[in-house]
Design a binder for this molecule. Sequence first.
Ligand code: SF4
Ligand code: SF4
Length: 383
Amino acid sequence: MRFVKEPTYKKYITKELKRFDDRNTALSRGAVEGNKYTKMHQNCLKNLQSVKPGKTIIDHATWVAGATVDYVVRANLLGRETKPIYNNEYRLKNPNPDELAKLIKEKAHWMGADDVGIAKINPAYIYTHWGNQNVNYSHAAEVGDPIEIPAECDTVIMMVHEMSYGVIQRSPGIEYDTDIEYSKGAWCASSLATFITELGYRAIPSVNELGINIAMAVDAGLGELGRNGQLITRDYGPRVRLSKVFTNLPLVPDKPIDIGVQKFCEACALCARHCPSNSIPNGERTDEAWNEQNVPGMLKWPARAMKCLDWWVKNGNHCSICIRICPWNKPNDRLHKFVRLFAEYNILPKLVIYFDQLLGYGKQVKQIHYAQNPEVELISPEE
Ligand code: SF4
Ligand code: SF4
């Protein structure tokens, strides 16, 4: 890995990047075009009766349990922008941005974040308006309300939350780590925001709300943008969820990084080949947008996000195949750290990909792990 002056996508920008409207995310459009996310959950409930491996009542219960804290915290805490009730009289004197950046990272790790980066906010990555999905989650605004981050809050602290390697292998069976990690994101973002406001500064915590996490995480030096449209981190590949805190606390930002993802993705395209909905482009980068789900103006592999969401509906639960199959998705142990060097320095990438497939990495693991019989019966109304 080497530090670079600018994020590696910069050279692919061909036009002015316009701010994106949260109403155009696939999940927001899905809410408008027939409540697709709810339908996905309804289909998941239907699947319980057929006791399919990876889609049993125990899998479903684990998945939904993982979302508990996320739902509660987003609805009750993340809509808040101002100071909490405790200290509103004093403020840290003569803050040292370098020391504070170290302190913030230490506290974020202590709260449960697996990696932390700091970036100056690029206004192009802040959503223009609230969309349905994030309003449904947070109740922080009405759909269509404009989004403005106060100008004084010019810094974002991005946090990475690692999803379990073993659980991601289950996809497209129910993969419940996405939601438990969102809960951890809600926990960490709200806790870190409270820490900052207690120091006498402003903090706006957020999980998926308010802006494009992946772009801001790239700027914060946490990874690079992959063909699959996800953040590819050095330690966990795309197997992560993100949360963030916007703040006016003076902090020294991190530098973006180059870990070799751009060239590796050009040689790979496993995610595109294995995507069941053909949502990930297989060919060259393009700066065109398929529809309003994409931001034009940068050469990349824009996903067909609504096709992806329609597959989730059909599947009955969300999908993480493009995370599971990605060669960057490996346990972060010594052996894999060593092999990762080949990817980082683009040494024989085709051979790395060939052996990745030959050794069976990225294959689905379907088995039902539980001794409990997962068949279901209807609960009678009298009970
Ligand atoms: S989540 Fe599944 S359907 Fe969507 S892009 Fe990834 S592999 Fe394709
Ligand atoms: S599967 Fe291959 S092409 Fe897709 S994001 Fe991962 S490395 Fe890039």
